[in-house]
Design a protein around this ligand. Structure first.
Ligand code: MN
Length: 304
């Protein structure tokens, strides 16, 4: 764990780090993946950060679609800047999500879902999908799904901060939270903005559009600014409208094991989840989707 400090000091530069994303593909959408990476596996319990798009859903309806696939041990957070997406899962949920709304799916011991176009939407699509590792207390429990049509937002400096999870300056999200973490969407307008930070959290600022100066360095889309524990304020400056996510949490005591769509602690847990999905075990239920389910080869350690 990083050393705790009361406030930024002369070694601040060592505790602010820019992490560049790698390009990937989810279904037919290009994504920038900033977590996990070799140099940074988690930020608090946040263990996966994909910035999807910007892309276009064309007249043929192409541009979006993730076929049914399973999860264990994590919560998925879906947040859109543009477009709309239809979420279907093995709990029987069918939910369209639009910008400003939150989908929060808790996998627990097993859930499966698809993310599809609504069929009617044409235009830009852009957003984020994030994973939160569940703690031992809930990661073997029942799956669940929450949708929030609206979330609380507050004005701070030259920003509007929407509280996806956790709490900012006394304003709390209604979303379920299994551990100590927070996630905010920041819509920044030209000028300076100072946000309060929990000094016991580590943080990641993920730039989605625009550009932002943070503690002496400039970050653009595709970059994540990591802040070690110890900061009690975040100083942001933008010249033009900018969107970013600010994720925080208590650093994990023990690393999590991520393989494919599974978050666990041991290889045996992963192997069992893979086997159960492949064999169509009731653990993962059924998604009412026209798309064929996604299968992958077993993990390398299972083949031996
Ligand atoms: Mn998924």
């Amino acid at each position: 764990m990083a050393p705790q400090r009361a406030r930024p000091s002369h070694d601040e530069a060592a505790d602010v780090q820019i992490i560049r994303s790698r390009q990937s593909q989810v279904g037919s959408l290009p994504v920038r993946r900033t977590l996990p990476q070799r140099g940074l596996r988690t930020v608090g319990p946040w263990c996966f950060v994909d910035h999807m798009g910007p892309a276009t859903i064309d007249d043929a309806g192409r541009g979006l679609g993730v076929a049914p696939h399973p999860h264990i041990g994590l919560q998925t957070v879906t947040w859109l800047l543009d477009g709309e997406v239809l979420h279907r899962d093995s709990l029987g949920t069918e939910q369209v999500i639009a910008p400003g709304q939150l989908n929060l799916m808790t996998a627990g011991h097993g859930v499966s879902h698809s993310e599809e176009g609504t069929g009617r939407y044409r235009g830009p699509i852009q957003g984020a999908q994030l994973w939160i590792a569940q703690p031992d207390e809930t990661r073997h429990a029942q799956p669940a799904f929450e949708h929030f049509a609206e979330l609380p937002a507050i004005d701070v400096g030259h920003a509007t901060a929407t509280v996806l999870t956790g709490e900012l300056d006394g304003t709390a999200s209604p979303a379920r939270r299994d551990s100590d973490h927070s996630g905010f969407d920041l819509a920044l307008r030209p000028g300076d903005t100072t946000l309060p930070l929990r000094p016991d959290y580590e943080h990641a600022l993920v730039v989605l559009t625009g550009a932002v100066q943070v503690h002496g360095t400039t970050a653009v889309p595709g970059e994540l600014v990591y802040l070690a524990p110890g900061f009690d304020e975040l100083h942001l400056t933008v010249d033009s409208p900018t969107r970013a996510l600010l994720l925080g949490g208590i650093p994990l005591d023990d690393p999590v094991l991520i393989w494919w769509n599974f978050v666990a602690r041991t290889r045996d847990e992963i192997s069992a989840a893979h086997r159960d999905w492949t064999e169509g075990h009731e653990r993962f239920g059924h998604v009412d989707s026209s798309r064929p389910r996604t299968d992958v080869d077993p993990p390398i350690w299972s083949k031996q």
